[in-house]
Design a protein around this ligand. Structure first.
Ligand code: TIU
Length: 230
């Protein structure tokens, strides 16, 4: 699929060439989304995140069917925890923290069940998975190099959580020259007020960090693009 597509978005239309765009799915990990995972153990309402699974599934399927690039991320650390800042380890003062045994293996440690991506959105072998130690997907990863090598200029950013890893990644991407579109039904926060504020912050001031839309609008332009190409 080539040529420019136009998605209705806020604060104004988002234009993208599918061949130069990637779907970047942030941290749809079992420990954040599944009942009895680390997120729920901390007292969070995982249903606020789980409502994003179906829209992400639909968008991922359409994006894959169109032959477009998909990249996934996971937040987590090396099993020896040498990439875990001591400040992050003790933050919150909880009894169980990163690296400790949790409901689905050691919490946010690479290779453990809870650290992996939920089965509904599991990456294909051809789709890069970025293991990131921080909240932003660019910090201490090869994401920027991969995007440069693929000729990617625009990102559709989805995943969790809206105000933490999604927002941090969108800000990092913006400073590196990428345009980001965030479909609001495909991003989730444990806190409804942060969901709202997190999206407002992206699209404020003429799209200071990017654009906000809805996955149905992206699906519609992908479908139109397919029909025009056939
Ligand atoms: N992926 C991500 O957002 N990591 C977090 O720790 N999020 C919280 O909201 N805690």
């Amino acid at each position: 699929m080539t040529g420019t597509l136009h998605v209705e978005a806020e604060p104004y239309t988002f234009e993208f060439d599918p061949a130069q765009s990637a779907l970047l799915i942030i941290d749809m990990q079992r420990d954040f989304l599944e009942p009895a995972g680390f997120g729920e153990m901390l007292g969070n309402d995982v249903s606020q995140l789980r409502r994003t699974i179906e829209p992400n599934k639909r968008l991922l399927k359409a994006w894959r069917d169109a032959g477009l690039k998909v990249i996934h991320t996971r937040e987590g650390h090396r099993p020896d925890l040498t990439d875990l800042p001591p400040a992050k380890k003790i933050r919150g003062g909880g009894k169980t923290t990163i690296g400790d045994p949790g409901p689905m293996g050691r919490i946010l440690v690479r290779g453990e069940a809870g650290h992996d991506i939920i089965p509904e959105l599991y990456p294909l072998p051809s789709e890069p998975v970025i293991d990131k130690p921080g909240k932003g997907a660019f910090y201490a990863t090869d994401l920027h190099s991969i995007l440069q090598h693929l000729g990617i200029k625009k990102l559709i950013v989805t995943g969790v959580t809206t105000e933490v890893c999604v927002n941090t990644t969108v800000r990092e991407a913006n400073d590196r020259g990428y345009d980001c579109l965030v479909p609001e039904d495909c991003v989730g926060s444990y806190f409804p007020e942060f969901q709202e504020a997190g999206l407002k912050m992206i699209k404020a001031q003429g799209g200071i960090f990017g654009w906000v839309s809805d996955s149905s609008k992206i699906l519609a332009v992908l479908q139109n693009g397919k029909e025009q190409a056939s």
